[in-house]
Design a protein. Structure first.
Ligand SMILES: [Zn+2]
Length: 311
C-alpha cells in the first residue's frame, strides 16, 4: 500500500482514487462517484487502491454500476475488463475509443507501434508489467461529447479534448468548475503525444479550450492532488512545452543531429529513456514536430535527413 491516502473526497459524491507509485505511468488516478449510481471514471489505479476506496465507502467491486473511460490507453482502461467481469457494470467510452479499448490489436493499431524495430521489446514490457491490459475488454456503450452522464445528484460532463490521443476526453463534475483533466496531466514531463493517433495541434487546441472554460479545480490523471492554485496559469505553462521542445529540436538540428533517431538519442522530450522501448514514443513525438517544423518552412527533410531551412 502507498505512503499516502488512497482516497480523497473532491466533491459531495466524488472521490479521487490515487494510483500507486505516486500515480505515475503505468499507474493513473481514477475518480469514484458514489451517488445513486456507483461510477468509476478510468480504471488504471492499482486494483488494491480501487478495492480499498470502495470498501471505505461500504461497497465492493461487485457493486459498480458503470465504468467510464477517458481514452484507450493501458494506464487508464487498466482494470476495466476485470471489474466488468466482477460487476457486470456498463462500460462507456468515446465512440473513437472503442477500437483501442476492446482489443490489444486495436490498441496496437492506435499506438502505431507495429513494424517499429522496438515493437517486440515494447510488447514484452506490457506483458511483464501490465498483462491484464492484453485482455479483451467489453464496451457496452458510448458517451457523447457535451451530453452529461447522470449519476444521481452528480452529473459527469464529457468534454472531448483530443490531441494526446484522438479519443481523449476530460470530464466536468457538475459543470466545468472542476475538471478531471486526465492526460492534460500538468506533470513536469509535459504533454505526451507519442501515438499514431496523437496530434500536436489538436492537443494545443484542447488545452486552449480547457483554459477558456476557466476551471477552478483540475484533477490530473498523474498528480496526487487536485490543482487549485493558479490552474489556468499552470495550463498555460504546460501548453508552452510544444514550443520549447521545438526550440530544442532546432538547436540540436543546427548541431548536426540530422535524423529522428539521432535526435531521439539525446533525448529531446523524455528527460531520460527509462527503457529502450520508450524510444518508440520519443521518435514518434519528434517525427510529429519535424513535420510541423517542415510545414512552417523551418527545416527541410530529404531522405530522412533533417537540416535547418536556408530560406
Ligand atoms: Zn494517455
Amino acid at each position: 500500500m502507498s505512503d499516502y491516502p488512497v482516497r480523497t473526497q473532491v466533491a459531495h459524491h466524488v472521490h479521487l482514487v490515487r494510483g500507486a507509485r505516486r500515480a505515475r505511468f503505468p499507474e493513473a488516478n481514477s475518480l469514484l462517484i458514489d451517488d445513486e449510481l456507483l461510477v468509476l471514471v478510468d480504471a488504471g489505479a492499482a486494483m488494491a487502491h480501487i478495492r480499498r476506496a470502495l470498501y471505505e465507502l461500504d461497497h465492493t467491486p461487485e457493486d459498480l454500476d458503470m465504468i467510464v473511460l477517458s481514452h484507450f490507453h493501458i494506464d487508464h482502461k487498466g482494470h476495466a475488463a476485470e471489474l466488468h467481469r466482477m460487476s457486470d457494470c456498463e462500460v462507456l467510452c468515446h465512440p473513437l475509443a472503442e477500437k483501442g479499448v476492446r482489443t490489444f490489436e486495436g490498441m496496437v493499431d492506435y499506438y502505431g507501434t507495429r513494424g517499429h524495430r522496438l515493437f517486440e521489446m515494447w510488447r514484452h514490457l506490457i506483458r511483464e508489467y501490465l498483462p491484464h491490459t492484453m485482455d479483451e475488454y467489453e464496451v457496452t456503450g458510448h458517451f457523447s461529447d457535451g451530453r452529461p452522464i447522470d449519476c444521481g445528484e452528480t452529473e459527469l460532463l464529457p468534454v472531448h479534448a483530443p490531441g494526446h490521443t484522438l479519443d481523449h476526453t476530460v470530464f466536468g463534475i457538475d459543470g466545468t468548475d472542476m475538471l478531471f483533466l486526465v492526460d492534460i496531466d500538468l506533470t513536469r514531463f509535459g504533454p505526451w503525444y507519442g501515438n499514431r493517433v496523437s496530434d500536436i495541434a489538436a492537443f494545443e487546441e484542447s488545452i486552449e479550450r480547457v483554459i477558456a472554460l476557466a476551471p477552478r479545480v483540475g484533477i490530473s490523471g498523474h498528480l496526487l492532488d487536485p490543482v487549485t492554485d493558479d490552474l489556468v496559469g499552470r495550463l498555460t505553462r504546460y501548453c508552452r512545452a510544444f514550443e520549447e521542445r521545438e526550440a530544442r529540436i532546432l538547436e540540436h538540428v543546427a548541431r548536426g543531429y540530422d535524423t529522428v533517431e539521432r535526435l531521439a538519442s539525446v533525448p529531446i522530450i523524455y528527460p531520460r529513456i527509462p527503457q529502450p522501448a520508450y524510444l518508440v514514443f520519443e521518435e514518434m513525438m519528434l517525427q510529429k514536430h519535424i513535420e510541423r517544423l517542415q510545414a512552417r518552412g523551418l527545416v527541410d527533410v530529404e531522405g530522412g535527413r533533417v537540416r535547418l531551412s536556408q530560406g
